[in-house]
Design a protein around this ligand. Structure first.
Ligand SMILES: [Zn+2]
Length: 564
């Protein structure tokens, strides 16, 4: 039977409107489900996160055991929320329905979904991994390098490497420090297998790609970025490395081509040897670092008096010895822990930590809790690094401390040269770490001792000691305990340069970028607040960077600042 055309059209229209109707209701249904989920989720997560952060802050400033215990328990409670199987199934259903169209809801869904996904690993496997990690961590902690029958701490080994000029002593100290690798290598490798196994259960190729994808980093894009950086830094690094070899070999009374891994004043050559004569401590020895930090941030329009009042900044018995910043409630209660001494290192640290702090303080309280966070851990690291670096910026010393022009000229060159050396050395070292981890998780059965030294030779341009076949990769604690994270440090550096150029050129309209200290320029704070702090995690990190700087993350400015 033949339908007249008009009848077909009517049927078609009816069919379409039914389809649209059912789509709308599906969309409404899912939106309703997710909104309900959010309400319950926030009801649990917001108060528990606050309590957890407070407990961990209190524990670290007092060193009190029962507070540490409480903080650990709360942390466990908090992470348990994300292991819930029913909740995850619901989130998965909503996500796969692809019906959430409101951008704010959609973004929350993405973030919360990934938070749950990372915690869906098999419970037994997780338990095994945590047990092994704890055991391995203890072995790193108690390890002491033994020299002539005497135990040495890491700090003492570093001191020998920095001060001795006797190649025999240096070699002994360096080799003794690597013994920890032999102690743990076998178990680290077991951990790698366990982590891979757990990641494959969730459908990831291996643990490394899982970690990247869980933090919204496309493994191929990261690889591209590291290749780009390798190309940009190779020549410049080769040149400074030659200078390092020339200066240090002279100091040790050897030929430049006789330089060995123990001749670089650091166990891993991750920090720059001191070959330039710049003493930054002299500028800080009689200064009030807290007051300077306060004045500087007020000057750029981001006052921190309220944060200083809640922070714990000086040494105390039993207190945690390093520094950190914690956002207690995403409602403006942001605190810093430091152990301030009047020297360069602590000036850098104060500016760094309060960089993190302003990122948190100036979040947008009108957007939902989940989005009141940094776009990525490396984006807040970038802001922290941008400010931390001011402590060795001669123009900042001039503007904030009144260092006179004649002194400025003398130190400017050396300051710049040491910063450049530091950056290039770290950049090449981070290449080794990133590529080693990536390759190890892709194929843990390969000859890892050899892989490590192949990478050290290629990226750090240090020759392996003749005939060395030891698990030197396992001597680096991050490989064992903070897996697949190291690349973020370098990405933070790259982004700090990109922000520095954006602010200097687009906000301050200055061409001589490296001479900018931002001192008393409230428009800098305004820019950071509007373009970086307020958006929070509303956009993916690369979208945020593009909106703020006009370009996606690029190594171009990093190269311009340190290479060209
Ligand atoms: Zn930091």
């Amino acid at each position: 039977m033949n339908h007249p055309k008009s009848q077909l059209v009517v049927i078609w229209i009816l069919f379409c409107s039914l389809l649209t109707l059912s789509c709308i209701s599906e969309q409404e249904r899912m939106t309703g489900k997710f909104t309900q989920f959010l309400k319950e989720y926030e009801g649990k997560v917001i108060p528990l996160s606050r309590e957890t952060s407070l407990a961990s802050f209190e524990a670290s400033i007092t060193g009190n055991d029962s507070l540490y215990k409480k903080s650990e328990e709360l942390q466990f409670e908090l992470s348990k929320i994300f292991t819930n199987k029913q909740d995850f199934a619901l989130l998965k259903e909503i996500k796969e329905s692809n019906t959430i169209s409101d951008p704010i809801l959609k973004r929350q869904l993405e973030i919360i979904y990934l938070g749950y996904l990372g915690k869906q690993l098999d419970e037994q496997k997780i338990k095994k991994i945590i047990e092994m990690q704890t055991d391995v961590e203890k072995r790193y902690n108690v390890f002491r390098a033994v020299l002539d029958g005497k135990p040495y701490t890491d700090n003492q080994i570093e001191e020998i490497l920095q001060s001795s000029t006797d190649s025999k002593v240096l070699e002994k100290a360096w080799k003794a420090s690597k013994e920890v690798g032999k102690n743990v290598a076998e178990d680290v490798l077991k951990l790698v297998h366990l982590r891979n196994d757990a990641a494959r259960d969730l459908g990831f190729a291996n643990f490394h790609t899982m970690q990247l994808q869980l933090s919204e980093q496309d493994p191929q894009e990261i690889e591209k970025l590291f290749d780009e950086l390798d190309n940009l830094t190779r020549q410049a690094f080769a040149e400074v490395k030659e200078e390092v070899d020339r200066v240090l070999s002279k100091k040790y009374g050897i030929k430049p081509d006789g330089m060995q891994p123990w001749h670089y004043q650091n166990r891993f050559f991750q920090e720059a040897p001191k070959i330039y004569s710049v003493n930054l401590d002299q500028f800080y020895k009689d200064k009030d670092l807290v007051e300077i930090t306060q004045r500087y941030f007020a000057g750029i329009g981001l006052p921190i008096d309220d944060l200083i009042a809640k922070s714990d900044l000086f040494e105390k018995e039993g207190k945690y010895q390093h520094a950190f910043c914690t956002d207690i409630d995403r409602e403006g209660d942001v605190r810093v822990v430091c152990n301030v001494k009047p020297n360069y290192q602590w000036m850098n640290t104060m500016l760094h930590e309060y960089g993190h702090a302003v990122y948190s303080k100036y979040n947008d309280r009108t957007i939902p809790y989940t989005l009141r966070d940094a776009a990525h851990t490396f984006t807040t690291e970038a802001i922290a690094m941008l400010f931390g670096a001011m402590a060795s910026n001669p123009y900042w010393l001039r503007d904030m401390l009144g260092v006179p022009p004649e002194q400025l000229e003398k130190i400017a060159q050396d300051c710049f040269k040491s910063l450049r050396l530091e950056t290039l050395v770290f950049s090449r070292w981070a290449q080794v770490m990133y590529r080693f981890e990536k390759s190890m998780y892709a194929n843990p059965e390969q000859d890892l001792n050899n892989l490590w030294w192949d990478l050290v030779e290629k990226y750090q341009m240090i020759k392996r000691p003749a005939g060395r076949n030891e698990p030197d990769w396992a001597a680096k604690i991050h490989v064992a305990l903070y897996p697949a994270y190291y690349h973020n440090y370098l990405m933070g550096n790259i982004l700090a340069s990109q922000f520095y150029y954006t602010i200097s050129q687009q906000v301050l309209q200055q061409e001589n970028v490296t001479e900018q200290s931002f001192t008393d320029h409230p428009e800098v704070g305004k820019f950071l607040d509007e373009k970086i702090f307020k958006p929070g995690a509303r956009y993916g990190w690369n979208e945020m960077i593009e909106k703020a700087t006009g370009e996606k993350l690029t190594a171009k400015y990093y190269a311009r600042q340190y290479v060209e």
